[in-house]
Design a binder for this molecule. Structure first.
Ligand code: ZN
Length: 144
């Protein structure tokens, strides 16, 4: 500890469709991570560590659904993040269109429609702006 000022937490795809047994693309046993995820979120808040959360946001006819069952369709309950990984004041950055980069948001949710969080070009801009270099990555299906 003591290096918190360099850290960013990267929270990957902790959305209902992946995390809970009734989700559309449930990751086996993912719900067992929930208490730990809650602790990570609380730790970040207590130590002023910014959280970047990737969030699948698919169209209903997304090409990814040729490879995977439909999941995380934008606006559906399954697309929502589990409460354990949500702070009180997240800022959402869409994959397309303009947005204002937040100056000091506690949590930035980066929407994406493919596996790679960097498919949202704003991710790289955001990381550069935060000027923090130690990434702590957690979540589900991080092997993708
Ligand atoms: Zn997806």
């Amino acid at each position: 500890m003591g290096d918190e000022g360099k850290w960013i937490f990267i929270d990957i795809d902790t959305q209902i469709d992946f995390m809970l047994p009734h989700g559309r693309l449930y990751v086996e046993s993912a719900e067992q991570l929930l208490p730990l995820l809650k602790q990570l979120t609380q730790f970040a808040r207590a130590h002023h560590i910014p959280i970047i959360s990737s969030m699948d946001a698919h169209a209903a006819d997304d090409p990814e659904f040729q490879q995977f069952p439909p999941h995380c369709v934008k606006g559906t309950p399954g697309q929502q993040k589990v409460p354990e990984t949500l702070t009180s004041a997240p800022v959402v950055i869409p994959e397309r269109g303009s947005f204002a980069l937040p100056g000091s948001a506690e949590q930035v949710i980066v929407e994406k429609s493919s596996l790679d969080i960097f498919s949202n070009p704003n991710t790289e801009v955001l990381l550069a702006q935060l000027k923090r270099h130690e990434l702590v990555v957690y979540g589900v299906a991080t092997d993708y």
